[in-house]
Design a binder for this molecule. Sequence first.
Ligand SMILES: Nc1nc2c(c(=O)[nH]1)N[C@@H](CN(C=O)c1ccc(C(=O)N[C@@H](CCC(=O)O)C(=O)O)cc1)CN2
Ligand code: GAR
Length: 198
Amino acid sequence: MNLAFLASHGGSAARQLVTACQRGELAATPAALVSNNSRSPALAWAQAAGLQTAHLSSARYPDPDELDAAILAFLVGAGADTLVLSGYMREIGPRVLTHFSGRLLNIHPSLLPRHGGRGMYGDRVHESVLAAGDSESGATVHLVTAGIDEGPVLAQARVPVQPGDTLDSLKARVQAIEGDLMLRAVQGLAAPSALSPT
Ligand SMILES: Nc1nc2c(c(=O)[nH]1)N[C@@H](CN(C=O)c1ccc(C(=O)N[C@@H](CCC(=O)O)C(=O)O)cc1)CN2
Ligand SMILES: NCC(=O)N[C@@H]1O[C@H](COP(=O)([O-])[O-])[C@@H](O)[C@H]1O
């Protein structure tokens, strides 16, 4: 498995997967990382970790089809066969979706289908959970399809929403479970018997 990542900010899930590869907990080779944000900490970390990296964004490719083609060309050039969205905040286009169909995973910080879809990303998700008065939240790993957050769910993990929770306290509790959840899902792809869509 040659693993690649798309990240817009910190790339926390990508970092945990690369650590798992280094520890022999994941039978995969980290190959590349693409960011739409030239100042993303994920890009600097990936360069230091020896991954092939690229900054590909709508600023450089205003035509969404050209951006989709540029991202696909870079990932294919890096030999990637599996793609993980690690806090990537832009829509994935049809070329990348088709090429990586069934091997393109995203992690979302809620119990999808609740609090998902366009406009639901980062802090906005936790704010939506708190505003709804939900008693629990969590994270979801799903296969990525054309519809935002509509793909088949591969894994979910739950956390309680505590009385008096703030955006930061809930976000910290959810982010604490994301890395292991994504690792379990990718291990499932590496060893299909371990995990099947729920
Ligand atoms: N084709 C798909 N592309 C993406 C999916 C998907 O399921 N199918 N998942 C998202 C990840 N994501 C939620 O997990 C998500 C990311 C971004 C947005 C969003 O509304 N973004 C804004 C722009 C925000 C920004 O640039 O900072 C927007 O598109 O207007 C919603 C959900 C990744 N791509
Ligand atoms: N809709 C996608 C989304 O909201 N993803 C969420 O953004 C955060 C990125 O953190 P990071 O930049 O530190 O990895 C993570 O919590 C991830 O679940």
